[in-house]
Design a protein around this ligand. Structure first.
Ligand code: UDP
Length: 381
């Protein structure tokens, strides 16, 4: 079994971090996850008995759109961090960078520690998501220093290649999920619906950090155009300080008079139960989503899902067969699908049933982990 030093910049559990828990688990007896920030992600790793160390207590700015990936000011922070990672990496067979800043530190450390580098790409390297400089740095470090780039979807792979990345480095491996976790008893669903005051409502859930490109405002606009029994649950927090957007959402809800039809639940750990308590899950990103864990999770819960027609979502959903797609940002089309699902529950139940069957096969965590193990052992053994 390989000894792997996993690196991730985030202290908070976004999609890339939740995916890393599943990837690191089979290697946990001989591996370490190094983080560049403290926070609840560390606790989650500990709960999963995955060794973890916070490698710096000065968090490196995590704004994806900063004009320079690592400003000169941060050199003072990153040099000691690189030295530390080099020392630690010598005790491991390879470095596995799970985020962009982890790639920067991991790539330089892999060079000095003479350890191979794997880059797990969870992002779409397009101009909507990253500045030109950031894309250039990521692609060049990967091209010159990584042995393997694991793309989390074809959309992420394509964007990497279009940004100048070497195709032959890349392999697409989707996120894995444990289907059992997504089964909830009817009695638990009813209890949750009662607790949250959802009985008799048609509940549309949105499960994402609160951030403009995740498009919660599109769903609120669609709600204003949907029948009165439709209610929205917004599950997730502003993980990266997007407080202005949260204020904006509250204002929008007030102006539209929707206060009684929207509930903010904040960050939750009972996603499977909450999704099972929804009649529909909406995924409303305004830019292409690299993968969209939420879409697969909804499928596994047996809840119908509608997503923006872009990026990874298009690889997950065949419209009318295992879910619904709508044009990104088109709240009117979204409202039409919500209304259709409300009136044709039999049809959406069939679609959700197909989706669940497909998702159990396609995204089973044991198959996905096997794909990763095979890839790593073919390259590094
Ligand atoms: N999530 C969660 N609690 C919340 C909101 C979201 O655990 O309150 C999880 C969600 O279930 C999903 C992940 O966060 O697994 C988000 O991943 P996704 O790929 O959808 O988006 P990302 O955060 O990577 O942009």
């Amino acid at each position: 079994m390989l000894k792997i030093l996993f690196l991730d910049q985030s202290g908070k559990p976004g999609g890339a971090e939740l995916c890393l828990i599943d990837i690191a688990k089979p290697y946990r007896d001989r591996s370490l996850v190094g983080l560049f920030a403290d926070g609840s992600f560390k606790t989650l790793l500990q709960e999963n008995k995955i060794p973890v160390e916070v490698l710096t207590n000065q968090s490196i700015s995590v704004k994806k759109d900063s004009s320079f990936f690592l400003g000169l000011n941060s050199l003072k922070q990153i040099i000691p961090l690189i030295i530390k990672v080099v020392k630690i990496a010598r005790g491991y067979d390879l470095i596995y960078a799970n985020t962009q800043k982890a790639l920067v530190i991991g790539a330089i450390a892999s060079f000095f520690a003479r350890r191979p580098l794997v880059y797990h790409l969870h992002d779409i390297l397009s101009k909507e998501h990253f500045s030109l400089t950031n894309r250039w740095i990521a692609v060049n470090l990967a091209n010159h220093l990584a042995s393997v780039v694991i793309a989390n979807s074809q959309a992420s792979q394509t964007a990497f290649i279009e940004a100048g990345g070497r195709k032959e480095l890349t392999t697409v491996i989707y996120n894995g999920f444990e289907p059992k976790i997504y089964q909830t008893d009817e009695s638990d669903i009813r209890q949750l619906q009662q607790e949250l005051g959802l009985v008799g409502k048609f509940v549309v859930g949105h499960f994402s950090r609160l951030s403009p490109w995740k498009g919660q405002h599109i769903l609120i606009d669609a709600l204003a155009q949907s029948p009165p029994q439709v209610t929205v649950l917004l599950v997730g927090d502003a993980l990266f300080g997007e407080q202005d957007y949260v204020q904006q959402l509250h204002r929008q809800i007030r102006v539209l008079g929707l206060e009684k039809r929207v509930k903010f639940l904040g960050f939750r750990s009972d996603i499977p139960q909450l999704m099972a308590a929804c009649d529909l899950v909406a995924h409303t990103s305004t830019f292409a989503e690299p993968f969209g864990r939420v879409i697969v999770e909804a499928m596994l819960c047996g809840t119908p899902v509608i997503a923006s027609k872009a990026g990874g979502a298009m690889e997950l959903i065949k419209p009318g067969i295992n879910g619904f797609l709508f044009q990104p940002g088109d709240s009117q089309e979204l409202a039409q699908v919500i209304t259709a699902c409300l009136h044709q529950r039999h049809n959406s139940a069939t679609i959700a049933h197909n989706a669940r069957k497909m998702a159990i096969q396609r995204f089973n965590v044991s198959n996905i982990n096997q794909q990763i193990a095979q890839l790593l052992s073919s390259k590094f053994r």
